[in-house]
Write a protein that binds this ligand. Structure first.
Ligand SMILES: [Zn+2]
Length: 294
């Protein structure tokens, strides 16, 4: 069985070399707060691995393909730079990597649409990880809407960052009202939305969300948010056909156990969750293959 990790982040060497200095120079302090912070015990929340490190982590976890997800940058220039870096990555490893692109309304309508068309030409498979709430624009922002309309035409799934309303406070945490995602899903039935981090448990809180046929959920950062009963609970409520395996690499998923992202341990957690084999297959590969047309 193949495994697709639908939620992986990677940064250009210029970013990874000295993340804090890069962020200060480029005005990406929100990203720096989330990505360069240390836990109370002094350990960093993540490392800054390169492309080869990612491929090695995938090999160790038997992950055949990773979907690179863009970041919700403060500045349009950072989005464009990461998109071009991702274009290089998927060109170098088309058998292992796919990419979803970053977007910022500061690109302007024409610039944003041109950027999305460029992604399509470069072989990208979707948009994400987007976060209007973190980037400071409304979900009815005109340019965002124009981009969503184009995403629908291009069959681009859209991955959105979701914060659990009940999650504890942490530096850089941004509230993402769940109603906004329900509204978007209703207004764009032609788009497959993937709500990251189990969608903040949206469908467990609001049963009407279960009926949104175009809404999917990924498991990114799961062990940092929920215990391992989440796999069973969520698939019982929503159906395994709506869940995509995602790690949130290079985030350190099990800080008490590992010093790196431990993608392999999350795969083991999924396999050990007691799901029926067909459901596990769908979650680990089939759903992502279908949505991203892989
Ligand atoms: Zn996220």
């Amino acid at each position: 069985m193949k495994i697709i990790d639908s939620h992986v982040h990677l940064y250009p060497p210029a970013v990874s070399r000295d993340p804090a200095a890069w962020a200060a120079a480029e005005g990406e302090m929100h990203w720096a707060t989330l990505s360069t912070r240390r836990r109370r015990d002094g350990r960093p929340v993540q490392g800054f691995p390169g492309l080869d490190d990612l491929l090695r982590a995938m090999d160790a976890a038997s992950v055949q393909r990773a979907i690179l997800q863009g970041w919700y940058w403060n500045r349009p220039e950072s989005c464009v730079a990461q998109n071009r870096f991702y274009a290089d990555c998927i060109r170098a490893h088309p058998d292992r990597l796919s990419a979803c692109g970053a977007f910022h309304p500061g690109l302007g309508e024409e610039g944003a649409l041109a950027e999305v068309r460029r992604m399509k030409a470069e072989g990208f498979v979707g948009l994400g990880e987007l976060s209007p709430h973190s980037q400071g624009y409304a979900v009815d922002d005109r340019i965002f809407r124009a981009v969503l309309t184009l995403a629908g035409e291009l069959n681009f799934p859209v991955t959105l960052h979701v914060t659990d309303p009940d999650s504890r406070s942490y530096p850089g945490r941004v509230d993402t009202p769940l109603d906004d995602f329900v509204r978007l899903a209703g207004e764009y039935p032609q788009i497959h939305f993937i709500l990251a981090h189990w969608g903040g448990l949206l469908p467990l809180r609001d049963l009407t969300a279960v009926t949104l046929a175009n809404v999917y959920y990924d498991t990114a950062a799961s062990p940092l948010l929920y215990d391992s009963t989440i796999w069973q609970r969520f698939s019982a409520a929503v159906g395994a056909g709506r869940i995509l395996f995602g790690s949130d690499f290079p985030l350190n998923l099990y800080p008490k156990l590992d010093s790196d992202s431990a993608m392999i341990r999350l795969v083991d957690e999924a396999r050990g969750a007691g799901l029926e084999p067909a459901k596990l297959d769908a979650l680990l590969e089939g759903n992502a293959a279908r949505l991203f047309r892989l």
